[in-house]
Design a protein around this ligand. Structure first.
Ligand SMILES: NC(=O)c1ccc[n+]([C@@H]2O[C@H](COP(=O)([O-])OP(=O)(O)OC[C@H]3O[C@@H](n4cnc5c(N)ncnc54)[C@H](OP(=O)(O)O)[C@@H]3O)[C@@H](O)[C@H]2O)c1
Length: 265
């Protein structure tokens, strides 16, 4: 897929992976729509791209308010008349035991990480289906392939994204619209700092996994290459990606090691 001059919508563009993606796509001369809740941060990212106003739109959204997805799409279309690629990246992480996580907090995870993501895709897809061209990129996680303590609802939402988008991918083949599922390993962003506890409070604690993780700009280069190569699925990260084949080959040993590592923390 040639991405130059394409209209690409990035959610979660105000920090971390989304911000790095914006810079990588700006270098490749794309037209960009930047979304997240914090408008001031989106303005900062926009300024850093040096793109002219006609090439970039700030579109603040709160994924929790996913019932407004059609209104957001209308605003994007007003500016660029079309959307070629949607990158569903916005999301939140967790730091709480399952038994200490309230139902309201569980619902919040589903609203942001799953329903917000899916609702935006469903509002954008008719545009792509009509023109028989487009791509939806979904940022999942290696925790969409296994679970870890204190991340139960997060992992559940990321597993669910695989189920939904692997089915949707097959339904969209007839429309020449493709789906790329991208699972980051540990990326050095604010994701752990912004993680919420069982009562919904921001934990404000970074983790060694994130601090030693892949740099977001390296992640962004890898992801954009996967988009250009029309890949259907990628894992992007460092040695933590070995967990995936290891779990498949040695499941008992895998969970024994994971338990040991989790108890060490
Ligand atoms: N970093 C990792 O190691 C890692 C690993 C696996 C998966 N991921 C996934 O990668 C994605 C990006 O995370 P990140 O690592 O870049 O973390 P981050 O720095 O915390 O960025 C998260 C982004 O999501 C946005 N967001 C959060 N809640 C939102 C809401 N209700 N509505 C709209 N936007 C919202 C945030 O913007 P606002 O606060 O301005 O709304 C921010 O731009 C997430 O889906 C995460 O699950 C990350």
């Amino acid at each position: 897929m040639n991405i130059a001059n394409k209209v690409i919508w990035v959610t979660g563009a105000s920090s971390g992976i989304g911000e790095a993606l914006v810079y990588e796509l700006a270098k490749r001369n794309c037209k960009l729509i930047l979304s997240a809740r914090r408008e001031a941060e989106l303005q900062r990212v926009k300024k850093n791209t040096n793109l002219p106003d006609e090439q970039i739109l700030i579109l603040p959204i709160d994924l929790e308010q996913f019932k407004n997805a059609q209104t957001w799409v209308n605003k994007a279309i007003e500016k660029f008349s079309t959307i070629d690629i949607l990158i569903n990246n916005g999301g939140i992480s967790q730091k709480s035991l399952a038994m200490e996580t309230t139902e309201a907090v569980e619902q919040k995870f589903w609203n942001i990480n799953y329903f917000g993501n899916v609702a935006l895709s469903k509002a954008v897809l008719p545009i792509m289906q009509q023109k028989k061209y487009g791509k939806v990129v979904v940022i999942t996680s290696i925790l969409g392939k296994f679970g870890l303590p204190q991340l139960s609802t997060y992992a559940a939402t990321k597993h669910a994204l695989y189920g939904f988008y692997e089915s949707l991918r097959l339904e969209l083949v007839k429309d020449n619209v493709s789906v790329l599922l991208a699972a980051p390993g540990f990326i050095n962003t604010q994701v752990s700092v912004n993680a919420i506890d069982g009562e919904g409070n921001i934990t404000n604690e970074n983790s060694d996994a994130q601090l030693n993780g892949m740099k977001p700009d390296v992640f962004a280069k890898n992801l954009v290459n996967a988009i250009v190569k029309d890949k259907q699925h990628v894992y992007i990260g460092k040695k933590e990606l070995l967990t995936i084949p290891f779990k498949t080959l040695f499941p008992k040993l895998f969970y024994k090691i994971m338990l040991k590592l989790s108890n060490k923390k």
